[in-house]
Design a protein around this ligand. Structure first.
Ligand code: FAS
Ligand code: PHB
Length: 389
């Protein structure tokens, strides 16, 4: 087989890139190791930045998001049993959209089906070849047969554990990592959300987050030790702990229910410098990981796709490689700002092992400063709703 751009991975970054390139007449083949159903079963992000919302609309996959998504113009921070609102729109004129990553991925799969693009599922032993030559190619096993795709470019949208980043020789990439000494235990329940907007809670027992998917589907998280196990947590134990960490006024009206999904996610900050090697480009989690505290993971994948799709349109349309040559630097400049914000909010809100009372007071005083400073709230609002592409 031959195509212009071979895309490894059918998560949000791979599917959105395929959508944007095909809309511009650039051919793609997406190679995914799982099935569509498996991909759609993963419960991931919940908050879309303003720039992400705009790009999804431009890609032609915004209709259901605009109908079913919930625009949010602020969120709550809480500490010492008090919460306050950070009004995004008042500070930066932007808002976010609460619309699950699962729904975004469903919409992309649907649009790709209508467009008739090629998405290969259950591709095994995917390998990238001659990526620094003008004739790179991808090989994989499918239904017991060896397959090969010749292309102009390969884009690694295959997440943190994918094959693409590993194809770049270790002496050609510099990696930065911080692994946090805790995880997030997340629960999905068919109950009305505790609040009409998200609540990020700092508590001496640990961080908690009250989020949602819609008016009868809530998403909650509590910080847990790194070695904790989902089986250690009954639904009742989860609800009891969440109530202790949220402000009393919220816990008092919390409607609990049976979990329909419960999982623990590790937290890390990770960046791979470079996001390009020859004719191999990296997008999304293949190149960087953020702790979900700042709701940046999915949104960074989208900004990478924006930069790379514009660069490929310039390559094929105007025979210029200026944007392609600048891709890694341009994308990393925005990535590092989101890495910083996600690290800052994680450090502000979580309880670290051996954290002293002094450090707890420092966290509480910074939260109190944000509560009382328009300048501080403006910074939070600008970063949370998404810096410009
Ligand atoms: P993805 O990991 O989504 O997709 C990569 C795809 O490549 C997968 O379908 C995988 O099967 C495929 N693949 C992997 N290796 C392959 C190979 N060798 N060959 C072919 N295909 C291969 N972000 C937020 O903003 N908020 C959150 O709350 C949040 N929660 C998260 C919870 C968890 C448990 C995880 C892991 C991530 C979470 N994230 C969150 C981040 C997440 O949303 C990612 O940023 C987002 O999925 C990135 O999308 P992709 O880059 O497409 O990578
Ligand atoms: C979610 O709803 O899953 C969610 C929202 C905001 C975050 C992380 C996760 O920062």
């Amino acid at each position: 087989m031959r195509t212009q751009v071979a895309i490894i991975g059918a998560g949000p970054s791979g599917l959105l890139l395929s959508q944007l390139l095909n809309k511009s007449g650039i051919s793609t083949i997406v190679i995914e190791r799982q099935t569509k159903d498996y991909v759609l079963k993963r419960i991931r992000a919940g908050v879309l930045e303003a720039g992400t919302v705009e790009l999804l609309r431009r890609a032609g996959v915004g209709t259901r998001m605009d109908k079913e998504g919930q625009p949010h113009e602020g969120f709550f921070l809480s500490a010492q049993n008090r919460q306050f609102r950070v009004p995004f729109t008042q500070h930066c004129g932007k808002r976010v959209m609460v619309y699950g990553q699962t729904e975004v991925t469903k919409d992309l799969y649907e649009a790709q089906h209508i467009m008739g693009t090629t998405i290969i599922e259950l591709a095994q032993d995917v390998a990238l070849h001659d990526v620094t030559s003008a004739k790179p190619f991808v090989t994989y096993q499918h239904e017991g047969h060896a397959q090969r795709i010749d292309c102009d470019f390969i884009v690694g949208c295959d997440g943190f554990h994918g094959v693409s980043r590993q194809t770049i020789p270790s002496n050609q990439r510099k990696e930065f990592e911080r692994v946090y000494p805790f995880g997030w235990l997340g629960i999905l329940s068919q109950t009305p959300p505790a609040s009409h907007e998200l609540i990020y809670a700092n508590h001496s027992r640990g961080f908690a987050l009250a989020s949602m998917r819609n008016s009868n589907l809530s998403r909650y998280y509590i910080q847990v030790p790194l070695d904790d196990k989902v089986e250690n947590w009954s639904d009742a134990a989860f609800w009891d702990e969440l109530k202790l960490r949220l402000p009393d006024e919220v816990s008092a009206k919390l409607i609990i229910g049976t979990s329909i999904e419960k999982s623990i996610a590790p937290l890390r900050s990770f960046v791979c410098e470079t996001m390009r090697w020859g004719n191999l480009f990296l997008c999304g989690d293949a190149a960087h990981i953020v702790p979900p505290t700042g709701a940046k993971g999915l949104n960074l994948a989208v900004s990478d796709v924006h930069y790379l799709s514009e660069a490929m349109k310039q390559h094929y349309g105007q025979k210029s490689d200026a944007l392609l040559d600048a891709y890694s630097k341009t994308a990393l400049a925005r990535v590092w700002k989101a890495i910083r914000f996600s690290w800052w909010l994680t450090t502000l809100l979580h309880r670290f092992p051996q954290q002293t009372e002094f450090e707890q007071r420092i966290q509480e005083s910074e939260i109190d400063y944000i509560a009382t400073s328009q300048a501080a709230q403006s910074t939070v609002a600008e970063n949370y709703t998404g810096l410009p592409f």
